[in-house]
Design a protein around this ligand. Structure first.
Ligand code: HEC
Length: 153
């Protein structure tokens, strides 16, 4: 057998083997008591946009796409979801200190106005997460004014 053939077979075996190493998933599918809607004004118009464009990485209600079952793609997504939740979790927003809540709302306005979020790779796969100018303006306005409504201040 040629070396190339051996290498190809080895790659094939590795690709099959890694399919069995699956990252844990979590999606509790309900609004927790620490959900952002419990501590800040969270109108439906805003919830729809955020659920659609941010929840997969920034909440405990992730909708996993079919390709997340294919490794190593699934590992990559799991990394984004973990990092995303660690930085900002709309489902656990109520657990943040008042100071942290304010700074996160500030950060939301910044990442939207600077087009940093949603992550480009996510927008590539989710057309509906490509926010229109109108949706961005709505989000930025909300993030700037939701600070007035925080129940914890
Ligand atoms: C594909 C996953 C993904 C999606 C979708 C996504 N984010 Fe993120 N987000 C991340 C990751 C990963 C980080 C942390 C790493 C970084 O800074 O690049 C992050 C960081 C952030 C931060 C920074 C937090 C801080 O304290 O600095 C904010 C704010 C944020 N995202 C808001 C949003 C908003 C708002 C949306 C929806 C419009 C969104 N993200 C969509 C993955 C995502």
């Amino acid at each position: 057998m040629s070396l190339t053939k051996k290498i190809l077979i080895a790659i094939g075996i590795i690709l099959v083997a890694i399919q069995f190493i699956r990252p844990a998933r979590s999606n509790n599918n309900q609004a927790s008591v620490t959900d952002i809607s419990k501590v800040a004004v969270f109108p439906d118009s805003i919830r729809v946009i955020i659920q659609n464009a941010c929840y997969d990485c920034h909440s405990n209600n992730t909708v996993y796409p079919w390709y997340s079952k294919i490794q190593p793609v699934g590992w990559l997504l799991a990394g984004h979801i973990k990092d995303g939740r660690d930085n900002l979790n709309f489902s656990e927003f109520g657990e943040y200190s008042p100071k942290k809540q304010l700074s996160k709302l500030d950060a939301i306005a910044t990442v939207i106005s600077e087009d940093i979020m949603p992550l480009p790779s996510y927008k590539m796969m989710h057309k509906s997460a490509r926010l229109s100018t109108g949706e961005k303006t709505l989000l930025i306005n909300w993030a700037q004014h939701a600070t007035d409504s925080l129940s914890v201040k």
